[in-house]
Design a protein around this ligand. Sequence first.
Ligand SMILES: Cc1ncc(COP(=O)(O)O)c(C=O)c1O
Ligand SMILES: [Zn+2]
Length: 407
Amino acid sequence: MNNLTHLECSLCRKTYQAGNIYNLCDCGGPLLVRYDLDKARKTWSRDQVSQGPDSMWRYAPMLPPRAESIVSLGEGMTPLVRTPRLGARVGAADLWVKDEGLNPTGSFKARGLSCAVSMAVELGIKKVAIPSAGNAASAMAAYAAAAGIESHIFMPQDVPQSNYIECKAFGSKVTLVDGLISDCAKIVNAGVKTEGWFDVSTLKEPYRIEGKKTMGYELAEQMGWKLPDAIFYPTGGGVGIIGMWKAFEEMESLGWIGSQRPKMIVVQVEGCQPVVRAFEKGEQRSHFWDNAHTVASGLRVPKPLGDFLILEAVRNSGGTAIAVSDQELIDAGIQLASDEGMFVAPEGAACVSALEKLLSSGFLKKSEKIVIYNTGAGLKYLEAYSTRFPRSSSAEQDKLGGLITPR
Ligand SMILES: Cc1ncc(COP(=O)(O)O)c(C=O)c1O
Ligand SMILES: [Zn+2]
């Protein structure tokens, strides 16, 4: 039984009845899902959580779909791994990596799309469409396949090969666009009227954030209901950070944690850092970042819709926002792999580089408990990492021959 009551606009606070199909509020603000926290507090304790399924659906009382609508591929309950060798090298005595690369389709996007597709099923939606930097597309394609509904994918034409192949294999209709995620969003928006698609864009769809917030619940559970001192999060659309911040507020209302919050640290890349720029200028909204470019394709989001919510979480937590270069993040990813045996996405690797900078600057202290979110698997980014490990001799023909028949 879930405790869903209504949806509320994050900008103007207008409320919307549950059970209908919505995108944004009339004022353009993203809608947030609200629950009867008093009822949940009386009927569900944190000690019961471990009796639930070994997936993010152990938090179903604070998630929107009814039990019979859930479309699950086993997402969530990813490992929280202590990384002492990396910690010793960078000067952090209590360092952890939450490894979201182990989710279905190899990224944390599985959480959001499991929840969104479950709600699409519940609300009777038959055709979903998404503009994506890559990994959200892979996840939506997988869950739409599992739900037996039609999916339409729009991604920049230079997305990692893994994202393209996954979407095709899952049976989606895939269009590669000569542009960025913002250009893809315009095409999806047009198709809503002409093709009858439901738009599953980040934050224009109210339920992806609910799936992503389980990263916050899980972290608290895995740390014995005590949050760390700092969280590093690679930020594109920012839904992960907004979702976790919402999870912390809900858990406090449930009486599961106190009022203490981790410093929320937004990590972006030099080639696309709209949130860092807004944070440094003391602004409440970001501005479109021109000519966005980076190998960390998930961070190529020139203007996040929920920028004001990201900035609010960063400022209210005493956190910060920082950008690293592509060179630094690939170096950091390789260093983490050889230190700890974890091969992470460039987005997760960016956090390792950011951590080094904030330890050197004194923003963080050695003794603090620090968690890095690795949002995806390194294996999804072979093009990015192969720039460091080129293979010299084999022609494409040779590789194929070697794969199919012994040579
Ligand atoms: C691996 C990876 N990390 C981080 C992000 C950014 O996610 P968010 O929208 O939560 O900021 C993305 C988005 O595509 C991604 O694919
Ligand atoms: Zn509104």
